[in-house]
Design a binder for this molecule. Structure first.
Ligand SMILES: [Zn+2]
Length: 418
């Protein structure tokens, strides 16, 4: 937890961050189990609100009344739903802000009722006092709600104070989803390939890298000099389909890959970016590049792809200009939402871009359904209006602390160290 009364530059210093607790593994708590941990925090927060805590000061030796409230709960979608007392985002009632159902996520025209705090509390109380698990399940299915200890705080409104972190929502939930799932830039080939034959593990990764380097400088017709396992490995490492028993389709895929990447690389090589922008992997989406971090997705999509796609797709015929425009709406939405200063105008610009992106997405990718993150992006404007620029509340600092804590050596034994 951080104290929002502190200036932003002080807020996230280790000495000012309150580590509430660490939940022991091996697995994370599921559904309402988180309440057992939240209870202790809510006990303190409840006391801090009513009656508050008297702290003696030189001017008031009898004690000045200090109150403390917790307002935004900032998490990724999974964590937010669990802590705030909503059912999973994969359930039918998947949104914590409105009553849209999973089956209607694609519906951009219909109005869905906003959730209200009073309805939520009523349903959550029913859930808590339900006599059986079946009754609780019925409430979860009809209202999408279960009890959360945070509801003991009388002022806490789960339908407004639950905030989906912008890094998870926009960078991972929107940009990454668009590249990987909508465009298909995925290195998870074994799942998508459809070839029942397992990949023949003939080469170690460095050998594959060497082969890749070699074939990039090989004239197209020399690709036929490679045998089938070699071509398969090159395709596999390039996130291309690697199945089949014939070399020709693999060679064709590789030729296309080389052409696309040489266009892309020629753009990347011409770009000079400020030193504070992290490097982007040369071959994003390939197995050799590994998985990109949120910030890498942002610079890859909002800088490198913008330059390279405008150069290549805007000149092409067919659906490419529409694909480019659709992608640019997404990039513009992400950038507008990430501004350091926001005002009603920038927020409405964000909302226009995100709606235009979703409308275009629906028209262009007929086989794709919206995921809850894409719907939740429609509610982000409301969060910006309530809490201001995302820099004040996004989870980058907390992710860094997670990393620091994960790097601490432990003896894997719960309890005091001997
Ligand atoms: Zn909603």
């Amino acid at each position: 937890m951080v104290c929002l009364n502190l200036p932003p530059e002080e807020r996230y210093k280790p000495e000012n961050v309150y580590l509430v607790g660490i939940i022991p593994g091996p697995s994370k708590p599921s559904k309402e189990q988180i309440n057992h941990f939240l209870k202790y925090l809510v006990d303190d927060l409840d006391l801090f609100w009513d009656p508050g805590v008297l702290i003696p000061t030189p001017k008031i030796p009898t004690g000045r009344r200090i109150r403390c409230v917790v307002i935004p709960l900032v998490c990724d979608m999974v964590g937010a739903h669990e802590v705030a007392g909503f059912v999973s985002h994969a359930s039918s009632l998947c949104c914590g802000y409105c009553m849209i159902t999973n089956a209607k996520l694609d519906n951009l025209d219909e109005h869905f009722d906003r959730r209200t705090s009073s309805d939520h509390r009523q349903a959550a109380n029913k859930w808590r006092t339900a006599k059986s698990e079946d009754d609780r399940t019925k409430i979860e299915q009809s209202c999408g709600v279960r009890w959360s200890e945070l509801l003991r705080l009388k002022y806490w409104d789960p339908t407004r104070f639950m905030v989906i972190d912008s890094m998870h929502l926009l960078l991972l939930g929107m940009l990454e989803t668009h590249c990987r799932d909508v465009w298909g830039m995925s290195s998870a080939l074994p799942d998508a390939n459809g070839d029942p034959n397992p990949l023949v593990k003939t080469f170690e990764p460095p050998v594959v890298e060497a082969l890749l380097r070699e074939f990039k400088f090989t004239p197209d017709n020399h690709l036929f000099d490679f045998d089938l396992p070699e071509l398969r490995h090159m395709c596999y490492a390039s996130s291309l389909r690697w199945g089949g028993r014939h070399r020709a389709p693999l060679v064709n895929s590789l030729k296309t890959w080389v052409r696309m990447h040489s266009e892309f690389l020629s753009t990347i090589n011409k770009l000079t970016t400020p030193s504070w922008i992290g490097r982007t992997p040369q071959f994003p989406g390939t197995a050799s590049s590994g998985s990109l971090k949120a910030d890498e997705w942002r610079s890859f999509c909002s800088i490198f792809l913008v330059f390279s796609l405008i150069r290549t797709w805007s000149r092409k015929a067919g659906r490419f200009p529409a694909l480019l425009q659709n992608f640019m709406h997404l990039v513009s939405a992400t950038e507008t939402a990430s501004l350091r200063c926001v005002n009603p105008h920038t927020i409405s610009v964000y909302e226009w871009h995100v709606m235009s992106y979703l409308v275009g997405h629906k028209e262009l990718f007929l086989d794709k359904r919206f995921v809850p993150n894409q719907h939740t992006a429609l509610h982000l404007g409301e969060m910006l209006r309530m809490f201001g620029p995302v820099h004040a509340w996004r989870t980058y600092p907390f992710e860094r602390y997670n990393g620091m804590m994960q790097s601490i050596n432990t003896n894997y034994k719960i309890g005091p160290s001997p």
